[in-house]
Write a protein that binds this ligand. Structure first.
Ligand code: BES
Ligand code: MN
Ligand code: ZN
Length: 511
């Protein structure tokens, strides 16, 4: 159905001149006019097509540039030069893009054996043992991210979708065992992101709340987690009135999914992760316009990000305990659906007037947040949600909005954004906002007054009412979870946003 499209990743310390393959990938910085000495032997020295290409100045080495050269080497049928831009302006994002570009090329040509030389920038201060391992990890992740392709339910033209064979990163020295461990970490991370992308791509009729719960059960079995799933009746008993108000309009039974990861240390921090699991958002009675409604199969991407993260914890031996809660349901305008103006009692005890059934994400999250806060008393908790179209107005598709009641947590998220590449930007939760979500007949209403503006903040201000005193952050991924534009390590479609951010954040808690 879908795949990471690289058969196997590997790492090697065999020098390029002693090896052979179908493709050799070499990164070169901007302004390279001659081959670095390390490759001179295997690529025909000052003669041959690579030297000619570089000497011509046609290959600029700009970021994203790629040139395939044939007949340049006895050992390698093809040589791919990829540009990394100014050597001094190296960033992780640029490295990811370069590696993803190469991996995609290897995939599209169905190359059986590929060698890619690391570090990308030779002779730099990133050549130390630890830095080299970090680059191997980043490279493995970026290659899987870039080569991702989804074929879904296609039955024709499948021969156009290719798979790369072995992709091996060649390091000039270093400890093979520690490089192997780094590779494995990158593989686990990349596979987890691609798992999220698969879920995001899956049509809503093939990923119902029940099927999402089945995915969680599979994860629990494969990835060493505890799982518990509350059905409608159990949710009623628990008092999830806000969550169930969304579910009541759908024929599909809701599922409240709970996963637990135990790192083996009772005194380690416990982090709560909550993911919006609306498997389809029609808007309910406050129905959405038809034009883009099909896109709303992506409304479970918060849940998917949380599941993808949980999937990777054991493989990475993440040193914190984690509990995940996913309220999963469709939002549909059935005969029993919530009517605008209806009032419900949430798990917290607070009553909510539902003025707009399309503001359903905050309703399902409210109960999950309070339940996690009171049941687990976590060190911190984060929710991931495709909550508001307004976040695209605020930040475009490049970064998620952060709303938090805790500066320390917000700083940790900013740090994890920096290292992971999952960008984010904090918006304020000024004390003025709660004024706008007061109801005339209940404690709260689920949308702000018409003239309040700041739709993303309004969503966060609503959620903030349900977190008790737990340090909490809301991550609005409505802009970052999906984008209709191709980028090297972020092919168009679901991005898998959140997994890498969360993994870096969780690892940070353990340090
Ligand atoms: N799932 C949507 C958010 C969304 C909208 C994501 C458009 C991507 C594109 C969410 O449930 C929703 O409908 N939000 C409303 C909130 C409003 C009614 C206060 C929105 O953003 O329009
Ligand atoms: Mn909605
Ligand atoms: Zn929604």
């Amino acid at each position: 159905m879908a795949a990471s499209n690289i058969r196997q990743l590997g790492v090697s310390v065999i020098p390029v001149e002693k090896d052979r393959a179908d493709l050799l990938v070499i990164a070169l910085p901007a302004g390279s006019r001659a081959l670095p000495a390390a490759y001179s032997g295997v690529l025909g020295g000052g003669k041959g097509p690579v030297a000619a290409l570089l000497g011509s100045g046609d290959f600029k080495g700009e970021c994203g540039e790629a040139a395939m050269v044939y007949g340049a080497s006895e050992n390698y049928a093809r040589v791919l030069l990829i540009g990394t831009g100014e050597a001094k302006a190296w960033t992780r994002e640029r490295a990811r893009a370069a590696i993803a570009t190469a991996a995609r090329r290897a995939r599209d040509l169905a190359v059986n054996e590929t060698r890619l030389v690391l570090p990308l920038v030779q002779g730099s201060d990133r050549s130390s043992e630890a830095e080299l391992a970090a680059e191997v990890e980043l490279a493995a992740e970026a290659a899987l991210l870039g080569a991702y392709q989804y074929t879904g339910w296609k039955t024709v033209d499948l021969e156009k979708f290719k798979t790369a064979g072995n992709l091996t990163f060649v390091c000039a020295g270093g400890d093979a065992a520690s490089l192997g461990r780094a590779l494995e970490r990158g593989r686990v991370r990349g596979e987890a992101v691609n798992f999220v992308r698969d879920l995001g791509n899956t049509p809503a009729n093939h990923l119902t709340p029940t099927q999402l719960a089945d995915k969680a059960r599979d994860l629990a079995k494969q990835d060493g987690l505890k799982v518990r799933i509350l059905d409608r009746e159990a949710c009623e008993k628990e008092g999830f009135g806000s969550f169930l108000s969304v579910a009541q309009g759908s024929a599909e039974p809701p599922q409240f999914i709970v996963l637990e990861y135990d790192c083996g240390r009772k005194d380690a921090p416990l982090i709560g992760l909550i993911g919006k699991g609306i498997t389809f958002d029609s808007g309910g009675i406050s129905i959405k316009p038809a034009a883009a409604m099909h896109e709303m199969k992506f409304d479970m991407c918060g849940a998917a990000a949380v599941l993808g993260t949980m999937k990777a914890l054991k493989g990475l031996a993440v040193p914190v305990n984690v509990v995940a809660a996913i309220p999963a349901t469709e939002n549909m305008p059935g005969g029993r659906a919530t009517k605008p103006g209806d009032v419900f009692t949430s798990y917290s005890g607070k009553t909510i007037e539902v003025q707009n059934t399309d503001a359903e994400g905050r309703l399902v999250l409210a109960d999950a947040l309070t339940w996690v806060a009171r049941t687990y008393k976590p060190t911190a908790m984060l929710d991931f949600a495709t909550l508001t179209g307004a976040v695209v107005i605020a930040l475009g598709h490049y970064g998620a909005a952060i709303l938090s009641n805790n500066d320390g947590l917000a700083a940790r998220i900013a740090q994890a954004s920096e290292t992971s590449g999952d960008k984010s930007w904090r918006l304020p939760l000024w004390e003025d906002y709660p004024e706008h979500i007061k109801s005339d007949c209940a404690d709260l209403k689920n949308i702000a007054d018409g003239n309040a503006g700041g739709g993303t903040i309004a969503g966060g201000a609503f959620l903030a009412q349900f977190v008790d005193d737990v340090p909490w952050a809301h991550v609005d991924i409505a802009g970052t979870a999906w984008w209709d534009r191709d980028r090297p390590h972020l092919p168009k479609g679901p991005s898998g946003y959140g997994v890498r951010l969360l993994l870096d954040l969780l690892e940070g808690y353990g340090r």
